[in-house]
Design a protein around this ligand. Sequence first.
Ligand SMILES: [Zn+2]
Length: 166
Amino acid sequence: MKTPLQNIDVGLLVASTVGIYERSSKWAKVQAQHLKKQPYCVACGTNVKYTNGLQVHHIIPYHICIELGRADLELDERNLITLCQTNENIITPNHHLLIGHLNDWESFNKTVKTNASKTFYAQTSAQIKLNLTWLKLCLKKPNRITDLSPLQKAELKNYINKKFPL
Ligand SMILES: [Zn+2]
């Protein structure tokens, strides 16, 4: 059965809060290429297209990249990771929301790669939510872009430029 979430592009919905109403025209192609290379959730290995199935997640959300002058990172393989997404009330975990976004679609997780492949690998939603490391990550999760001070924006921009050199 389809859930309402399945039909919504959550990343685009969040981007619309800062006035970005579309994805790059090249996104669909880049997304398909990434799914060919990484056709499974990095946090649990599933490649089954259940409910919402696999999502190509932006490590740094694409609207933040655009806001900070790095629109190129919407399409940059270094900024992508495949995670499963589903209704977390059913038996399957929602690694996109819990590991990629620390349970807040408007935030993100800088250490998602390590957390997915090691820290929380193969954990269920319930196990992740009881994990002290996860709770600490949630407490320190980045603020939404509109709540960042100019200094915090500059720091994030610096972080992104160091992590993903042009
Ligand atoms: Zn998963």
